[in-house]
Structure formats: structure tokens, C-alpha cells
Write a protein that binds this ligand. Structure first.
Ligand code: HEC
Length: 212
């Protein structure tokens, strides 16, 4: 072949190829062997005419639980099996599988430090950094209560658990970030905090009484 023509040809080929590489294109990529690149599927939050309600994201069938979930419904809800009342205590099987009460409280202390103390304070007095900030800007509705009053001292363990799981009024739910057994661990630590402050208060009172 004439060398000039071959140079010209290679220039043309180079510019054709070069024109494609790195350029954005709306066309689907050319894939000669398709393998399983393109499969019919639904995108999340998109419409699906197949289903009557048109949702691609299917709600859970009533009465089913995720495979990895605890089959003991009361462990998950903090309520008795007949849903009549709160569990009064942390379920024994959970204490056992978390390595006993001491290990559970220790785990709870760590998790409390991560998830709760920013608002509720290290001692549970409701004076965490977020609360102080809320106070400073006058957002009093965002102030968490102290754990050391009669009402919160006497709520059942299951109710405390459910507050962590589902949130309450202005407090957000933590079920997505704190797994079930860790929620119970935090309950055990909040109880430990409450006992520690109660005994402090009582000791202080006793001392005052003695002084008088
Ligand atoms: C973002 C801040 C924030 C975090 C984090 C937070 N809370 Fe709260 N919590 C609140 C606020 C605000 C309230 C008061 C809600 C209300 O009464 O509107 C509250 C209320 C409570 C109450 C009292 C509920 C009642 O019956 O009055 C408990 C118990 C509690 N939180 C436990 C926890 C525990 C345990 C954690 C950690 C897993 C946690 N909270 C994490 C802000 C927070």
C-alpha cells in the first residue's frame, strides 16, 4: 500500500477511535457478548405494573420476620407475648448470650457512650453537648429529661428498650443503628446509671440527716 495512504488511513482510524474514548454518551455501551449484563429488574422506588398497588418495594407479609431476626417476638418488642404489658426485666436468654449481666452492662456502657451520651449526658442527667447547644439556642423542646427522676426510674425495662428502638416524641428512633441485643445492653447500663445516682442521692440525704 502507498505509505501516504496508509498514514492517512491510520489517522482516520485513530480519530474515529479517539472520538469515542472518554466522551460521555447516552447510548448503551457496545457489548458484543451480552452474558448476563442486562437483566430485567425493578429499580427501587420505581413503579411496577405487575403489582396491584404499583409498588416495586414490597411491604413485608404480615406476621413474617426477617430470617436474621430474633424469633422471640417479646425480645424484639419489649412487650409480653400477648402484647398486654411491658417486660419488667431484660429477658434472661439475652443476658446469657451476651455473656452475663456484667458483660451486658459493660457493652451497654460502651454503646451508651456512642449513641446516647451526646444528648443525655455521660451520667444520664440530660446535659449532653447536644442538649447544652439546644439550651443555648433556646430550643427547649429538644431538651432530654434526666434519667434520675421517679418516673423514669420505675418504668419497666421493656418500655426503656422500646424508647431506644422506636424513639419517643422529639427523640428519634435508634432501631436502624443499634441492633436488638445492644438496645437491651443499653437498658442495663441506664439501670446501672440510675442505681448509681440513686445511691449517691440517698447517701447524701442520709449524711444530711446524720448531720442534723
Ligand atoms: C439526638 C438527641 C438524643 C439522643 C442521641 C438520644 N435521646 Fe433520648 N431523648 C431525647 C429527647 C429530646 C428526649 C425527650 C423527648 C420528648 O419528651 O419530646 C428523650 C427522651 C428519652 C427518654 C425518656 C422518655 C420518656 O418517657 O419521657 C429516655 C428513657 C431516653 N430518651 C433514652 C435514650 C437512650 C437510652 C438513648 C441512646 C440509645 C437516647 N435516649 C438517645 C434526645 C435524645
Amino acid at each position: 500500500m502507498n505509505p501516504r495512504i496508509s498514514i492517512l488511513l491510520s489517522l482516520v482510524v485513530a480519530s474515529l477511535v479517539g472520538g469515542c474514548v472518554g466522551e460521555p454518551s447516552k447510548e448503551p455501551p457496545i457489548v458484543p457478548i451480552r452474558n448476563m449484563y442486562n437483566q430485567p429488574r425493578y429499580d427501587s422506588q420505581s413503579k411496577a405494573p405487575f403489582f396491584e398497588d404499583g409498588r416495586t418495594m414490597r411491604p413485608m407479609v404480615e406476621g413474617t420476620i426477617p430470617r436474621e431476626a430474633d424469633p422471640e417476638i417479646s425480645h424484639a418488642t419489649g412487650r409480653t407475648d400477648d402484647d398486654a404489658e411491658w417486660l419488667l426485666e431484660i429477658p434472661a436468654p439475652i443476658v446469657e448470650r451476651m455473656g452475663g449481666m456484667a458483660a451486658l452492662v459493660e457493652r451497654g456502657e460502651e454503646r451508651y457512650g456512642i449513641y446516647c451520651s451526646v444528648c443525655h449526658g455521660d451520667s444520664g442527667d440530660g446535659r449532653g453537648v447536644v442538649a447544652l447547644r439546644a439550651d443555648a439556642i433556646g430550643a427547649s423542646a429538644m431538651l432530654p429529661p434526666t434519667f434520675h427522676d421517679e418516673r423514669l426510674r420505675s418504668i419497666p425495662d421493656g418500655q426503656l428498650y422500646a424508647i431506644i428502638k422506636n424513639g419517643i416524641r422529639n427523640m428519634p428512633a435508634y432501631k436502624h443503628s443499634i441492633p436488638q441485643d445492644d438496645r437491651w445492653a443499653i437498658v442495663s447500663y441506664v439501670r446501672a446509671l440510675q442505681i448509681s445516682q440513686a445511691s449517691l442521692g440517698e447517701t447524701a440525704m442520709n449524711n444530711t440527716e446524720q448531720e442534723q
